[in-house]
Ligand binder design. Structure first.
Ligand code: NIG
Ligand code: FE
Length: 417
């Protein structure tokens, strides 16, 4: 049927702002509807109206009974690395014995180990593994996803990864924004020749990606011992000149200068920020660049250090939350879990977490006009979570509260699947 009307929800919750990002205490402004319905036009995939049954009812509509659930905008996971092969469970155990992530990377483990295994995997193996992960994300409430390459690290393998991401879009009813992360680590073949690898990216790979329109964004791991500020700048400036959006892994473990660079280049986002300095918090707070925080990674790496969310929010930065699901530094793909850690570890309020996981995730991807909140005219990406009080969304943790997922007005998960 062309129309869908959602009725009987305990609460419908959305960032109050239809599309503009919210700073400071405005990040807590949410709209709560009780005893209201939502009508959706499936032909356009958009929300028509929110109101009483009388106000929204349309003839020839399917009715969705949302009793016992809270309705939120679909989660937007604006930072993930879901295309890889193999397992790094041995490093998980080494970390429990005290080895650090950077120590493991420097001895050829970490990202480089996954690169080796991913290069060996066939297209079909990678597609199967990743589509399974993406379906799990969807069933945990993620309706839009940013997905990075970065486990190829050669011209051929990075392009293969981008093409596989394009195929994944056809296999999973999630919206995917592809990010080229050729500068994720320095590949073995280029060890001690980082400048030559940077040239390969800027002179060959990026122009090809731009010509074939293979990626929305270009990302760089700007960190001591990986890509320097100067090298990151070369790559990101080239991407920007080619019309590709830019974002960075910045100040993840130590102050790297990444945030300053991201703000100067007007990046869509700077991500991680566990090591961000006071000065850079201030720069970010006065910029339009989003701060994407990834608390699952701090937890999974056994760190006591979390990004200074309170200070970032209170000083006016546009804060988003994402999972950073990847092959080794975080194996959690649940935005509900990222939200719980937002409250528990980042000391965010549930209303701030809601905005960070929806509207600000959309903003970080440049699509907050279209998705990220529940307002007439916006895409009908909705999730139904078990409960009566929205504050319970992130209160349960390590469990899946999702009952149903609606993408562009279509049911893509039913209870029990
Ligand atoms: O965001 N920090 C760099 N990249 C990923 C980790 C990727 C990996 O360890 O495989 C991250 O945490
Ligand atoms: Fe990452």
């Amino acid at each position: 049927m062309r129309f869908l009307v959602l009725v009987n929800a305990e609460q419908i919750i959305t960032p109050a702002s239809p599309s503009e990002p919210q700073r400071g205490s405005d990040m807590q402004k949410i709209q709560i509807w009780q005893n209201q319905c939502i009508s959706i036009d499936r032909q356009t995939g958009k929300i028509l109206k929110i109101g009483s049954w009388k106000e929204v009812k349309v003839s020839k509509s399917e009715i969705l009974d949302a009793k016992g659930t809270i309705v939120l905008p679909g989660f937007i996971d604006s930072h993930t690395h879901p295309l890889y092969s193999g397992s790094r469970v041995d490093e998980f155990l080494l970390r429990a014995e005290g080895k650090t992530y950077m120590e493991i990377l420097k001895t050829g483990g970490g990202i480089l180990k996954t690169v080796q295994e991913t290069r060996k995997a066939s297209d079909e193996e990678l597609l199967n593994k990743s589509s399974k992960i993406l379906f799990s994300m969807l069933h945990h409430g993620t309706t839009t996803l940013e997905a990075k390459t970065g486990y190829g690290l050669s011209e051929k393998e990075e392009i293969r990864q981008l093409k596989l991401l394009r195929q994944l879009k056809r296999r999973v009813p999630l919206e995917i924004f592809a990010t080229f992360l050729g500068a994720h680590a320095i590949p073995k073949e280029y060890s001690k020749k980082t400048s030559a690898y940077v040239r390969l990216i800027t002179e060959k790979i990026l122009p090809f990606i731009s010509e074939k329109k293979l990626a929305h964004f270009c990302d760089v791991f700007c960190e001591k011992g990986v890509f320097s500020v100067q090298q990151s700048k070369k790559i990101l400036e080239k991407a920007k000149n080619l019309g590709i959006g830019i974002r960075l892994h910045a100040d993840e473990f130590e102050p790297s200068g990444g945030t300053k660079l991201g703000v100067a280049l007007n990046a869509y986002s700077v991500d991680h920020l566990m090591g961000i300095t006071e000065k850079e918090i201030s720069l970010l707070a006065h910029s339009k660049t989003a701060a994407v925080l990834l608390p699952c990674t701090s937890l999974f790496l056994g760190k006591e250090l979390y990004a200074p969310a309170r200070s970032l929010i209170d000083r006016g930065a546009i804060v988003a939350l994402a999972t950073d699901f990847n092959a080794g530094s975080n194996l959690c793909f649940s935005m509900q879990m990222a939200g719980s850690l937002g409250v528990l570890k980042l000391k965010m309020k549930p209303e701030e977490v809601l905005t960070a996981a929806t509207l600000h995730g959309a903003y970080a991807l440049g699509v907050s006009q279209k998705i990220g909140s529940i307002h007439p005219g916006k895409q009908a990406d909705l999730i139904l979570l078990e409960g009566k009080d929205y504050r319970e969304t992130f209160y349960y943790f390590g469990t899946n509260q999702i009952k149903q997922v609606i993408k562009k007005g279509r049911n893509v998960k039913t209870n029990g699947s």
